[in-house]
Write a protein that binds this ligand. Structure first.
Ligand SMILES: [Zn+2]
Length: 168
């Protein structure tokens, strides 16, 4: 509550942060420092701005880690407004050794080579990228692009997890 007040004050009046801290400390007997509050408030404001997309990405990763991959892929598909790909476990002929998963454009299916890969956010989001590109009428995208796409989700998850930890 107090954090929010300080933040609002700073935004509406635009005084330097130090003055805001002093006012708060003279009016309130709390041990909370203004800059602590401010950091929290700014983080909150920032997370509102970035929120939607980053939270979607973090949610997708969290769901996969929680073994709810189908739900995760549904969340991502809804976000990008594409059809939901089928998920399966199995091996495609001709592509076997060292392959964690494949995406079949014809079947619109993500096929994990083993069950454990189904719960690997990097693997699943990488394949989802191929689906996303394919159904959007693009080329399936390069491996590097798919990797970057997946890492971006994982990064969003890590950032939100760290922010939540910092807020205690
Ligand atoms: Zn790939």
């Amino acid at each position: 509550m107090m954090c929010l007040r300080l933040f609002m004050w700073r935004v509406t009046i635009g005084k330097p942060v130090e003055q805001g801290n002093q006012r708060l400390l003279t009016n309130d007997s709390t041990a909370l420092t203004g800059s602590d509050c401010l950091r929290a408030a700014e983080r909150r404001a920032l997370s509102t701005i970035m929120a939607a997309e980053d939270q979607m990405k973090a949610t997708v990763v969290a769901l996969i880690l929680d073994s709810k991959t189908e739900e995760a892929i549904q969340v991502a598909s809804n976000w990008y407004r594409v059809s939901v790909p089928t998920l399966g476990i199995g091996v495609v002929e001709g592509k076997t050794k060292g392959v964690a998963a494949v995406y079949s454009q014809k079947r619109k299916e993500i096929l994990a080579a083993r069950r454990e890969f189904m719960f690997d956010p990097f693997v699943m989001i990488h394949e989802f990228y191929h689906h996303l590109r394919s159904v959007s009428g693009h080329h399936r995208g390069t491996e590097k692009q798919a990797d970057r796409f997946a890492l971006d989700f994982i990064d969003a998850y890590r950032r939100l997890a760290a922010a939540r930890r910092a807020e205690g």
